[in-house]
Design a protein around this ligand. Structure first.
Ligand SMILES: [Cu+2]
Length: 153
């Protein structure tokens, strides 16, 4: 048994030696926006930090309170901003991407109940290489002031 454990330790040591920088991505400061009365969908924001040396590709997410989660971005059309669904969001190696109001966001499609301030939801982020990140995500109030009146996303 001791010999087996030693062999295992050797293999683990070798793997780490061969990959001094593990490909990994951190999800930081994720939050969900309080529901707007009458709006069927919700929105989630946060920061994805890629510490690895390979690009990471977010391809989806899931949350129990919504039927589906889409990755959206805002695109400018003249004076108007509109939302557009994306198949994937690339987090370049050694870089970070911020999801924020008016930019990239997770769109929580068809909420089964409103998002209320103080609630915490389990959110799963899914990447193209099979990695998943499970998060506890709080609901926060709408912050007025920095709003530009483009549909509230
Ligand atoms: Cu959206």
């Amino acid at each position: 048994m001791t010999r087996l454990l030693t062999a295992f330790g050797l293999v683990v040591g070798l793997v780490f030696a061969m990959q001094p920088v593990m490909a990994s991505v951190d999800a930081e400061e994720f939050w969900l926006r309080e529901s707007i009365p009458g709006q069927p969908n919700g929105a989630g924001f946060g920061k994805l930090v890629n510490h690895g040396n390979e690009d990471k590709v977010l391809i989806g997410a899931s949350i129990a309170i919504a039927e589906d989660v889409e990755i959206h971005r805002h695109v400018r059309e003249g004076e108007q901003m509109r939302m557009e669904a994306m198949d994937a969001l690339i987090i370049p190696a050694g870089s970070e991407v911020t999801l924020q109001p008016g930019g990239y966001h997770l769109m929580l499609m068809s909420l089964t109940s409103p998002l209320k301030v103080g609630d915490v939801h389990d959110l799963v982020l899914i990447f193209s290489d099979g990695d998943v990140i499970e998060l506890k995500v709080p609901v926060k109030a709408l912050v007025s002031g920095s709003h530009r009146g483009h549909g509230g996303h």
